[in-house]
Design a binder for this molecule. Structure first.
Ligand code: NAD
Ligand code: MG
Length: 389
């Protein structure tokens, strides 16, 4: 029996992970499930999979969680400290499926226990890539990327020498606005941005796909996880979302990873690694698909990609500033306080304002990341009234 925990179990990645676990429930002992505000879903999952403990993120939800799990053997707890404690429970594998920088610390704690970390939370690598990789190395813990593009690259690299990699191409669907002209984007609403043409994901990553901030995070994630130089990493718009990534080698060969847009492939690959097992994803019929198309991303329409390149060049705490500013920009957009195009303007202005504080910090600590995250969020809030109309 493998002991496994799912952080962010009530979200899109969490639910897909539990779907796979429930199909093979005799193989797994579920240790901890953690969620945010959706107590009904967390309780339903806990009743179904009988973890040792179910944890919700906010203490005011604890009575409701207790009530919903009354009569079961599942322990309950609430709050940030309880989530971190859950990460300390011995497990063989954990899914890091919390959204945002809140997912960093549970992942670090799991790595410190030597637990295999299935990493959907890309923000961890963006905020603190060197710290995460060093923690894994120190404790001989494995990180398995779960972002579809990064799982694809990981799979294309099996048995290969990383030194022979010439380029990595990660694909982008283009998100909700791929066919909109730039002038129309200024008036785009959160509802319009939160509909994805191909993938069914959480609200935040879906809007990040429309703004290309998701791809920007993924460029940085590729650089941090695989240690590939920024100028060897390319983003390519591929509206069909069937090719997830391509790895180009020094002999000119390209290995492409192809599959339907279903996160249960990448999650299942990480769950079964180092084996491959049957997974419940559609098999592609190429004759029916007919063709795959590609285009270069429009960097004028999507400044996020340029900003990601600047962040990779600057290193240190730039990624933490970038991510925190992006998270706040997204909060302000969802709340209707800023427009769609103002998100990248806000992130750029925060990066400019905080230039001094993010230089020369190659050895990151968690405290430094927390501190800069708080400062960058505050700077973003301060700058909102000063954005161009
Ligand atoms: P989601 O919003 O659907 O779910 C997020 C989960 O985190 C929920 O369980 C929520 O309750 C929990 N959560 C939110 N804030 C929290 C906090 N402060 N403390 C504790 N828990 C909190 O998001 P998602 O789409 O499942 O994405 C999860 C992560 O996976 C993100 O980092 C995202 O970028 C990444 N990812 C998602 C997909 C996808 O298909 N959904 C694909 C690739 C990568
Ligand atoms: Mg992705």
């Amino acid at each position: 029996m493998r002991r496994i925990s799912v952080f962010g179990s009530t979200g899109s990645i969490g639910c897909s992970t539990l779907d796979l676990i429930a199909r093979r429930r005799d193989d797994f002992d579920v240790v901890a499930l953690t969620g945010g505000r959706n107590i009904a879903r967390l309780a339903e999952q806990a009743r179904d999979l009988c973890p040792e403990i179910a944890v919700c993120a906010y203490e005011d939800d604890l009575p409701a969680l207790r009530d919903a799990l009354a009569g079961t053997k599942v322990e309950t707890a609430a709050g940030r400290a309880a989530i971190l404690d859950a990460a300390r429970r011995p497990a063989d594998w954990i899914m890091s499926g919390i959204v945002g920088s809140a997912g960093l610390e549970p992942g670090l704690i799991a790595l410190e226990q030597g637990t295999t970390l299935a990493l959907a939370n890309k923000e961890s690598l963006v905020c603190a890539g060197p710290l995460l990789m060093a923690t894994a190395a120190e404790h001989r813990a494995t990180i398995l990327p779960v972002d579809s593009e990064h799982s694809a690259v990981f799979q294309a690299l099996i048995g290969e020498d990383i030194a022979a990699v010439e380029r990595i191409i990660i694909t982008a669907s283009g998100g909700a606005f791929r066919d909109w002209p730039k002038d129309k984007l200024a008036r785009a609403t959160p509802e319009q941005a939160a509909t994805h043409p191909n993938w069914d994901m959480g609200q935040r990553i879906t809007i990040d796909s429309a703004s290309m901030f998701n791809k920007a995070l993924e460029l940085i994630e590729t650089h941090e996880f695989f240690g590939i130089a920024p100028d060897r990493i390319e983003a390519l718009v591929h509206p069909e979302s069937m090719i997830h990534a391509m790895v180009g080698f020094s002999d000119g060969a390209l290995m492409a990873h192809i599959g339907p847009p279903d996160m249960r492939h990448a999650i299942g690959f990480a769950l079964n690694w180092p084996e491959r097992r049957t997974l419940p994803v559609d098999r592609l019929d190429f004759a029916k698909l007919g063709q795959f198309t590609f285009r270069a991303p429009d960097e004028d329409k999507y400044p996020a990609l340029r900003l990601a390149r600047e962040v990779m060049r600057d290193g240190g705490l730039s990624g933490a500033v970038f991510n925190a500013a992006k998270e706040r920009a997204l909060d302000h957009f969802i709340a209707g306080r800023i427009g769609f195009l103002q998100m990248s303007e806000l992130v750029e202005r925060v990066l400019d304002r905080m230039t001094e504080s993010r230089l020369g910090n190659d050895a990151l600590s968690l405290d430094m990341v927390h501190d800069i995250d708080t400062q960058a969020r505050r700077a973003a809030d301060d700058l909102v009234p000063h954005l161009s109309a």
